[in-house]
Structures are given as C-alpha cells and as structure tokens.
Design a protein around this ligand. Structure first.
Ligand code: NAD
Length: 495
C-alpha cells in the first residue's frame, strides 16, 4: 500500500507512524495511506521553512520569476498525471480535473509577473528635496490549509503567489486527497525552487492547531467549511496572525422571465451537478421569477435525466461520485429532510446503481421544486448534486432571497435586460457575481472571494489581493540635505 508522506526540505519524509486511509470514491476502495503528522514532523517543516525563507527573500524577484516560469512548464507537461490523481482521490471527471489544474496553473502564470507586481509607488518631492516611496516585503512563513474539493487548484490559489513574494510556504492539504500536493511540491523542486521554500505537511486538526499556534508563522490562508473557517479566523487572530479564511456557500442563480430559458437551463445543470455539486461556486438554488417556473423545472428535469453519472475512467461521464461514504449518507439524509419538509422531489438521485461500482459513493442529479426559505435544505450547504428551485413573484423578491441568505460567495442572474443586470450586480450582497454566466469564478489576475459567512478576513485570494495579503507595506521618506545642521523641529512638518 502506497504511503503518502510529507514533503519537507525537498524530501519525502515522515516521522509519525500514524496513518489515515485514502479512498477512491468511485470504487470505495482504499488506495493509499496518508501520514497524520506529529509534533516532530511539524517542527522539521517550520525549521526548514524558517531557514529557507531568509535566503529566498534575497533572491531577486526576476530570478524567482524564472523558477516559477519553469514550474509552469513542468505543470503543463504533467497535467495528465496531476488530473488523474485528482480524479482518483476526489472522483471528479478527468476533463473537469484537468480544468481545475489549469485554473491553478493560471495563478502560477500570474505569479511569473512578480517583478512587475511588486513594484511600489514613488513620489518625487513630497516636501522640498524629500522623496517618498513604498515597497512590499514578504511576511516570512505563510501557511495554507485546504479543502478536499480542489486538491490542486485551491492550494495553487495560495502558494505560488506567497512564494513569488519571497515567503516560504507550508501547505496542509485535505487528508481526503493529499497526493496532488506532494506532486506539485516535487515539480517545484524540479523547477529549481530551493529546498524548504515549499513544504507540505499532511495531517488533521492537530497540525492545523499547531500552525495556528506557531509563532514563526505570520499568515494563514484557509479554504473549507464555514464552521472551520470561523474557528481558524478567531484563533489565528488571537495568535496575532494575518488571516484570510474562506468558508461555505449557497449560490443562487436567478432566472428572469425575459431570460433565454434554454441557456439558463444549460447553465444551471452544469453548475448544479458538475463535480457532483462539490464546488464552492456550484449553483444549489435556482430562483425562478414570475411565470417561468414550470417550464424551467420541466426542462431541468428532462436534461438532467440525460446526464451520465459514472467513474472518471468512463470518458462519457458528466459527473462522478461524492467524496466519501459519510458525505453520501449526509446528503441522502438531507434529501429525506427536504421531502419531510414538504419540498417537491422531482428527481431523486438516492438509489442510483452503477454496475461494477456498487461500492462507489454515487448520488444522481436530485431536483427539488417549491423549496421555501424556512426549509433546512434551503438554509444548509448540502455540497452534493442537489438543486433546489425556489419560486419568486418578482425581481425584488428574488434579490431579497440572495441578500438574506447567510452565505455570500457567488450568484448569477439570467436576463436580457441590461438595466436589471446592472441593478443586480450593484445591489446584491455577494462577492462574485455573474450575468448570463453560471459560475462567475474570477480569473487569476482578478481575485476570488465571497462575502458574509463565505469569507472572514479582509483579503480575497490571488490577483492583487493575493500580493497584498502575502506582503507587508513599507513606506520610506528620504532626504539627502547638503546642510544637515538645521536644528530640531518641534512642529509637524507641512508643505
Ligand atoms: P473542511 O472544513 O472539513 O476541511 C478543510 C480543511 O480544514 C482540511 O484541510 C481539514 O483537514 C481541516 N479541518 C477539518 N476540520 C477541522 C477542525 N475541526 N479544526 C481544524 N481544521 C480542520 O472542508 P472540506 O469538507 O474539506 O471542504 C468542503 C468545504 O469547503 C465546503 O464547505 C465548501 O464550500 C468549502 N470551500 C469553499 C471555497 C471558497 O472559496 N469559499 C472553496 C472550496 C471549498
């Protein structure tokens, strides 16, 4: 049985002898064991990061950029293997896995521009013969704690930028699909990254708590569920760390009566059931406005019935299994809750049977109509292939639903009215917004982040926000006077 170790100081090692099983969700089989790191693993990672960061921060941004550029090529050359690893441990289709690695790769591409991105501001003559400029300097050691649903992409939102800025980085991947992180770290070493600049430490809450309490770690980036995001945010702040903590979601897609219904149906189905609904930007609520609900529900039902639910090894697969048996059971329970609450179950994915994969964690596309805001299935993030349709009388009711929900990650409106779209983008209380686009995930050179209970902290991920998060600002005011004996000044200098 393969053992997934840590990656510390350029080597695959582990000191702990405790392991956790890693499953293939398509078959339900154990594929490997991942180390649950102990204090010794953690101390080795911190010591190596500490030592490496001092030298790395003195490598010029241009040289850093050249290493990152080589890294980009290596990821491109290995994308097939990376994607297969994602699919094996997560279950998503191979094309979807490749897409997710590519979205991470785009952050690496963005980080190649680090000499430009680190340029500061300069003002000549802020006072007579006095100049002032700003620069952004690395924080030291930064850490990332990441979820199971994007084992390559979400870590890649973080460490390429942190490292490009001159920090070292310790990644604690999800224990459910940890292999990809090790592959990504090995490729970075191959590209020429000095040992210790990027360490990967596997484990669970024990390591997370060590990261939070470690005085040599300056900043923490977290992505995962809201309950853990809140915990990380509060505890990290108590330990005086910079923190960005991204949580769960319940993304609404509003369909106006003037929308192109077929386009909306395609958008909803892809965004609700792609990756078995295990995306933080998945659409889990479709808001049907005015008289279009019957047609919308009927078309979603007909087209969703055609989806191929299968393991990633089947090229025809539109969606694969969910991550674990436990998660499957939870989703099935929530589907029953929806039925008990009085929502109308149009498609029931609970009893899907895939020949040869009876032990896989599959759930078919599930569709509820007549869902109302007081229901548990509306309030909770289900994180599975379950779509709720809520009927709204008009636009005002629709936008209130979006704004009143506790989560604020993404939303989208389908309409042919520019005026309405403008009102929606301006007034919705949400971090990432789409117009006739189902999953408005910002590109690497913009920034990713939700509002409300979907993000705690001041900075979103990657783009300019990422650069600012992983650096601290220094502003210098400088004068080179010919005659320095002007005597002390007791008045605030003004111009
Ligand atoms: P999770 O919160 O269970 O785990 C995330 C990370 O936290 C893992 O590395 C895990 O080991 C660690 N962890 C788990 N429980 C912990 C605890 N009690 N104390 C300390 N650390 C703990 O999340 P998940 O199930 O892996 O991922 C799914 C969740 O992530 C969903 O809620 C999804 O919406 C969210 N997510 C959000 C975004 C976003 O951008 N907002 C992106 C991807 C996923």
């Amino acid at each position: 049985m393969e053992i997934i170790t840590n990656y510390i100081n350029g080597k695959k090692v582990n000191y702990s002898n405790e392991y956790l099983d890693v499953y293939n969700p398509s078959t339900g089989e154990i594929v490997s064991k991942v180390v649950l790191s102990n204090k010794e693993d953690f101390s080795k990672a911190v010591n190596s990061s500490l030592k490496a960061q001092i030298e790395w921060s003195n490598v010029t941004p241009l040289k850093r950029s050249r290493i990152i550029s080589k890294y980009k090529n290596l990821i491109e050359n290995n994308i097939e293997d990376l994607a297969k690893t994602v699919s094996t441990e997560h279950g998503k289709t191979l094309e979807d896995a490749k897409g997710s690695v590519t979205r991470g790769l785009e952050v690496v591409e963005f980080a190649c521009g680090i000499p430009h991105l680190l340029k500061g501001e300069f003002s000549n003559n802020v006072g007579t013969n006095i100049d002032s400029w700003s620069m952004r300097q690395p924080l030291g050691i930064c850490a990332g704690i990441t979820p199971f649903n994007f084992p390559a992409m979400v870590p890649m939102w973080m460490y390429p930028i942190a490292i490009a800025c001159g920090n070292s980085f310790i990644l604690k991947p999800s224990e459910k699909d940890p292999s990809c992180a090790i592959m990504l770290a090995e490729l970075f070493s191959e590209a020429g990254l000095p040992d210790g600049v990027f360490n990967v430490i596997n484990g669970n809450k024990f390591i997370v708590d060590n990261i939070i309490e470690e005085k040599n770690i300056s900043a923490i980036s977290f992505v995962g569920s809201t309950s853990v995001a809140k915990y990380i945010y509060e505890k990290s702040a108590k330990n005086f760390k910079r923190v960005q903590s991204l949580g769960g979601a319940k993304n609404h897609l509003v369909v106006m009566p003037d929308a192109n219904i077929d386009q909306a149906v395609d958008g909803i189905i892809g965004a609700a059931y792609g990756s078995a609904g295990e995306r933080c930007m998945a659409v889990s609520v479709a808001v049907a406005v005015g008289g279009i609900a019957d047609e919308l529900v009927e078309k979603i039902k007909i087209n969703s019935n055609k989806l191929v639910v299968a393991p990633w090894t089947n090229d025809e697969a539109d969606m694969g299994p969910v991550i674990s048996k436990e998660h499957k059971n939870n989703i099935n329970k929530l589907i029953q809750t929806g039925v008990d609450e009085g929502a109308k179950l149009i498609l029931d994915g609970r009893n899907i049977n895939i020949q040869g994969y009876e032990n896989g964690y599959f759930i078919g596309p599930t569709l509820f109509d007549n869902v109302t805001p007081n229901m548990e299935i509306y309030k909770k993030e289900i994180f599975g292939p379950v779509l709720s349709v809520v009927r709204a009388k008009n636009y005002e009711e629709a936008i209130s639903l979006v704004n009143d929900h506790e989560y604020g990650n993404g939303t989208s409106i389908y309409t042919s009215s520019g005026q309405l779209a403008r009102d929606f983008t301006t007034n919705c209380n949400i971090g990432m917004v789409g117009v006739n686009v189902p999953i408005p995930v910002p590109m690497a050179f913009h920034s990713f982040g939700g509002w409300k209970n979907s993000l705690f902290g001041d900075h979103a991920m990657h783009g300019r926000e990422g650069i600012n998060f992983y650096t601290k600002l220094k502003t210098i005011t400088s004068r080179w006077p010919e005659n320095i004996n002007q005597g002390p000044e007791f008045v605030m200098p003004v111009n």
